[in-house]
Ligand binder design. Structure first.
Ligand SMILES: *Cc1c(COP(=O)(O)O)cnc(C)c1O
Length: 474
């Protein structure tokens, strides 16, 4: 060893624990975390001293430990600016909840609530009672229940209505929604035998009638949420399917995916089938998500005929898939907003964001362009551009909504610079997530409501010289 300094001169743990900043840190982080951080800092210093490094002051050691604790104190579930242009971004948490839903959920978290308790009779009540009447009113269905998410809804419905039997599905509708949700796999897990009918592009009414037999448990219609089959195609409308199924005494299940309770045409978008329409077309059961177009927390709704809903509720799996009081409270508050469709686009963030006029977004981009340009110095040229947002989460998969944003183009034309800029923006105090399009990093401002917060957050960005690979999911 040729160390110039002796390990014995490194401040001891006991000394450090008495320093004022460490005593303060104990209040914030707790004693075990602070001693762990100090131990790690001391170990690093010992290594440095062995290699001839000098011994830092007590304060410097405390600061190093505090920096470690601070870095570790951030939640990994970081709030961020979703400027991807995808309003319901699955990887970014889908719907932003309405204030009313946040308040209801908070109240339910803070206090005991009548979750399964009938205040009239003082006896046990049902969890579903809080939503049933409201969901039936908004969808026209006879009965309703709610589970963890729509994937759970589909699993539970298949298992309740057709375990050990067959489910008939068109080959054009055997969807995969992101890695783990593939209809054939869900069927297998539900204990249902899949009977594929028709072809990828064409399925006829006779394909369904011919497939129905003594082992048929149900017919499943699935919304093709993330693709469209176009050209020489044929599919059987839900109304005609309901007649075929009804004629043979087999239930028709329609998995709507996103589903919507409001007519999107009201908000200037293409028409997406509403849950009320699906119910009206005669499906026995309709399933849809709580956190897609509906704009609430993650949940899966199952609505339809009472006899089937009762059967579903009697399945022991229901208990494993049920929702808690927090989400029930948020769902109820979200659904109540639909009673006043005229104010939906103010009160429900999903609709508010989707309905934002492009001119308003462009004006915002004009205001923010100089702010962003200043922060990026001369490394990028910031320009206001027209762009297209999408709904996301499998609603109107091919439809886009005109929007506006900021395109940041590398001044020197470097191909990897947009990726490195994207990485730098992910490291801002509040991460900013955009998308790379045609050699520029694009921030679609459709989902930017906190303009002042965005501007204050956009501190000077220095792009690292090293390359980093980008993998932004839509
Ligand atoms: C999104 C979707 C699902 C899964 O819903 P989650 O709420 O994400 O579980 C199932 N089916 C269809 C058709 C969908 O679009």
């Amino acid at each position: 060893m040729d160390a110039k300094f002796s390990l014995r001169d490194i401040p001891s743990m006991d000394q450090l624990l008495k320093s004022a900043s460490i005593v303060g840190a104990m209040q914030r982080f707790g004693r075990p975390a602070v001693t762990d951080a100090l131990r790690a800092a001391l170990a690093a210093i010992r290594d440095e001293v062995r290699q001839g490094g000098r011994i830092p002051t007590e304060d410097a050691i405390a600061d190093a430990a505090l920096a470690r604790l601070d870095a570790d104190a951030h939640s990994t579930l970081r709030p961020l600016f979703n400027l991807t242009g995808t309003v319901l971004h699955t990887n970014l948490g889908r719907a932003i909840l309405a204030d009313a839903a946040v308040e209801a959920a908070t109240a339910a978290m803070r206090e005991a609530v009548a979750l399964e308790f009938d205040l009239e009779s003082g006896t046990r009540g049902e969890r579903d009672d809080h939503l049933r009447a409201l969901v039936c009113e908004l969808t026209g269905a006879e009965d309703a229940t709610v589970v963890n998410n729509n994937a759970a809804a589909v699993l539970l419905v298949l298992n309740s209505l057709a375990a050990g039997r067959e489910a008939i599905v068109s080959r054009g509708e055997l969807i995969e929604i992101g890695g783990a949700f593939r209809m054939p796999d869900i069927m297998a897990r539900a204990g249902v035998r899949l009977v594929e009918i028709g072809t990828t592009n064409r399925t006829h009414a006779r394909d369904y009638s011919n497939a129905i037999g003594p082992d048929t448990g149900l017919i499943l219609k699935v919304h093709t949420s993330n693709y469209r089959i176009e050209g020489f195609t044929c599919e059987v409308e839900a109304r005609d399917l309901a007649a075929i199924a009804g004629g043979k005494g087999v239930p028709l299940v329609n998995d709507l995916g996103s589903g919507t309770l409001a007519d999107l045409a009201r908000f200037g978008m293409a028409h997406e089938p509403t849950v009320r329409e699906a119910v009206g077309e005669g499906a026995d059961i309709v399933t849809f998500s709580g956190d897609k177009l509906l704009g609430g927390p993650q949940a899966g709704f199952i609505v339809g005929r009472r006899t089937w809903i009762e059967k579903i509720n009697g399945n022991p799996m229901k208990r494993a898939l049920r929702v808690d009081k927090i989400r029930l409270a948020a769902l109820e508050a979200t659904l109540r907003l639909y009673r006043d469709p005229d104010r939906l686009s103010q009160r429900l963030p999903t609709m508010r964001l989707l309905a934002r006029p492009p001119a308003e977004i462009e004006a915002q981009a004009q205001r923010l362009a100089p702010v962003v340009q200043r922060a990026l110095k001369g490394a990028f040229t910031v320009s206001v551009v027209a762009c297209e947002s999408q709904i996301g989460s499998g609603a109107l998969p091919l439809a886009t909504v005109p929007s506006a944003g900021l395109a940041m183009t590398p001044a020197d034309g470097s191909g990897s610079a947009p990726g490195r800029l994207a990485a730098a923006l992910r490291h801002l105090q509040k991460p900013v997530i955009g998308r790379i399009e045609r050699g520029s990093l694009l921030l679609d401002l459709r989902c930017l409501e906190d303009e002042a917060g965005f501007a204050a957050n956009f501190t000077p960005v220095y792009i690292e010289a090293k390359d980093s690979t980008e993998a932004e999911e839509p």
